[in-house]
Structure formats: structure tokens, C-alpha cells
Design a protein around this ligand. Structure first.
Ligand SMILES: [Zn+2]
Ligand SMILES: [Zn+2]
Length: 211
């Protein structure tokens, strides 16, 4: 069960760090699924009614809706395929290139002793106990965890919320790339929290929920 919890936490961290991306990759992660999920559903229904081969051919304009029949399904699928598939394939290729090149370094950063910087929201315990090249105040992560009664999971949760809010509010120059944007957000939030006395802003919000 702890594997499931780890995956849920990883997904949450990924979701909160999305705003470091820009352009089509960002759109796909935030809104693109609103287009892609109905389209995928239409494909599945057409495949069930007309056969997977026919649905595939209609989607890619290899066969016309007239040849296959069931035009109430195949005409929308053909039009959707014409509109969505080329852009989606291009965007997917772009995401793969970006994620592979940044993950090759990111994976090193995820390992103890890794030096490179991942574009994801860094975990507080990495920042405290492993080598990294983020510009943050000394003992920042340890002190932030101590503000949460050394509950590192709660501290990590609040750290991610604060990073996400900063990413979506601040006007970064995202042409610098997702990893640079994340590095700037990490430094800015860490120094901001370091300069605050007393409670973490998220804890204060939980304590006074009507603000
Ligand atoms: Zn780092
Ligand atoms: Zn907190």
C-alpha cells in the first residue's frame, strides 16, 4: 500500500509543478485532456461498433466515413482526427523530447549524490540530506520541517502548495525552460519562507480557514 501512496504523492507533486511548463506541453497537461478524453472515447465507441481497424483508418483519413458507414460516429471521428491528430502527435513528440532530456538529468538528481537539477518540485528531504545545486538558505528544509513539528510529510505538502501558487502567480520568463523556472521558484519561495517568522503561511491558513 505504501507503493500506492508513493505514486499518489508523486502524482500530486507532478501536478503541482506543471506550471513550470509553457506552450503546448502546458496546455496538454492542464486543459488538453478535456479535448483528448472525449476524442479517445469517440474512438473507442467507433472501434466497438465498426471494428478497430476501420476506426483507425477513418481517424487517419485512410478510409472515408462513407466507405465505413455509421456516419454519426465516423464523420466526427474523421474530422476530429484531421484536427487533433497532427497537432497532438507534434505536441507529444515535443513533450517526449523535453521530458527525456530533463529526466536524464532529473533522475541523477533524484538519486542520493546526484548533482543535476530536476524540473520537478524537489522533495524537502533531498534538499536537506542530498547534494543538489539549488540556491536556498542553509538548513532551509530542516527548519521548515521543524516548523511542522518535524512532520516531513505535512511540510512537503505545504512546500508543494506554496511552490505551485508561486509558479502560477509569478510572471516567469518560461522561454528559459521548465527546469530554470522551477529553480527560480524554489529559491524565491525558500528565501521568502526563511525571512518569515512564526508559522508557515499554509499552516496559518488552515488555522484561520475563513480568510
Ligand atoms: Zn536540487
Ligand atoms: Zn505549513
Amino acid at each position: 500500500m505504501s507503493v500506492v501512496r508513493d505514486v499518489v504523492r508523486w502524482f500530486r507533486r507532478w501536478r503541482r509543478g506543471r506550471a513550470r511548463h509553457s506552450g503546448i506541453p502546458y496546455w496538454l497537461m492542464v486543459q488538453g485532456y478535456l479535448v483528448l478524453v472525449p476524442f479517445a472515447l469517440l474512438f473507442v465507441i467507433t472501434a466497438a461498433v465498426c471494428g478497430a481497424r476501420n476506426a483507425y483508418d477513418v481517424m487517419l483519413q485512410i478510409a472515408s466515413p462513407g466507405e465505413v458507414g455509421y456516419q454519426w460516429l465516423t464523420v466526427p471521428l474523421s474530422m476530429g482526427g484531421w484536427l487533433i491528430v497532427p497537432g497532438f502527435a507534434g505536441a507529444l513528440a515535443g513533450i517526449v523530447v523535453v521530458e527525456v532530456t530533463s529526466n536524464r538529468r532529473g533522475r541523477q538528481a533524484d538519486r542520493p549524490g546526484g548533482r543535476a537539477r530536476s524540473g520537478e518540485i524537489p522533495r524537502l528531504n533531498w534538499l536537506q540530506y542530498y547534494r543538489h545545486d539549488h540556491d536556498i538558505p542553509d538548513y532551509f528544509a530542516l527548519r521548515f520541517a521543524q516548523r511542522h513539528g518535524s512532520d516531513w510529510k505535512l511540510a512537503q505538502d505545504h512546500w508543494e502548495i506554496l511552490i505551485e501558487r508561486f509558479l502560477t502567480i509569478e510572471a516567469f520568463d518560461r522561454r528559459l525552460g521548465a527546469r530554470v523556472v522551477m529553480a527560480q521558484a524554489v529559491s524565491a519561495v525558500a528565501y521568502f519562507l526563511h525571512g518569515l517568522s512564526g508559522k508557515c503561511p499554509e499552516c496559518a491558513k488552515v488555522a484561520r480557514p475563513n480568510e
